[in-house]
Design a protein around this ligand. Structure first.
Ligand code: SF4
Ligand code: FES
Length: 209
């Protein structure tokens, strides 16, 4: 006999003063988005596993009178949870995050737009233009959606960076390039073309009809 799966529990929480219906297992970000409440994100993609790297989606939550600040793309919904997507403190946290990210990718239009929205205009972080903010979108998209692992992280700490794997990229990337549009700084595209120029410069000629 076919077993019925148990019904998914419905949860009502409050986001920015609005009662929002969600189901158990959803994140606060998903619940907000289902109610067309916008929360800024840089490392989130609806088709990918949540990653929690950029912290820009930080919101204020209140449960049983206690306030805390959580990463909404990872934080699960709960009954009667009160969520505030904007407050002085939330905006301040986002401002500092954006100032730090801009020190790495000062010309990213997406970062500049967000910086303007949150008034992130202080030069408090040492400039280190790596152009990659390590959001992992390119790496995770290639692994989780394409199943190719043509781009990955190398090194740790301050030296962490993305790198295309020439042996895989030379076969897979030219016809794909889907990660380029996901990258908030355009570095994925630059890194790929640099890899192509250095490691397999003949590939483009071979492909061009
Ligand atoms: S190259 Fe772009 S998409 Fe990839 S981790 Fe860096 S910023 Fe994110
Ligand atoms: S979108 Fe939540 S941490 Fe980046």
């Amino acid at each position: 006999m076919k077993r019925e799966s148990p019904p998914v529990a419905e949860i009502v929480l409050q986001i920015d003063g609005k009662a929002v219906k969600a189901t158990e297992g959803m994140t606060v970000l998903q619940a907000a988005s289902s109610a067309t409440i916008s929360i800024p994100t840089l490392c989130h993609h609806e088709k990918l596993e949540p990653y929690g790297a950029c912290r820009l989606c930080m919101v204020e939550v209140e449960a049983r009178g206690r306030k805390s600040y959580v990463v909404s793309c990872l934080y699960p919904v709960a009954r009667d949870l009160i969520v505030r997507t904007r407050s002085d403190k939330v905006d301040k946290i986002r401002r500092v995050i954006l100032e730090e990210l801009l020190a790495h990718a000062p010309h990213s239009p997406e970062l500049m737009r967000l910086a303007q929205e949150y008034g992130a205009d202080k030069d408090r972080f040492e400039k280190e233009s790596s152009f990659c903010i390590l959001c992992g979108l390119c790496v995770r998209y290639c692994a989780e959606i394409k199943g190719k692992n043509a781009v990955g992280f190398v090194d740790h700490g301050a030296r962490r960076k993305i790198r295309f794997v020439p042996e895989i990229a030379s076969n897979e990337c030219w016809d794909c390039q889907e990660c380029f549009a996901l990258c908030p700084t355009s570095f994925a595209q630059a890194a790929y073309f640099l890899t192509e120029a250095l490691a397999f410069p003949g590939r483009r000629k071979a492909w061009t009809p």
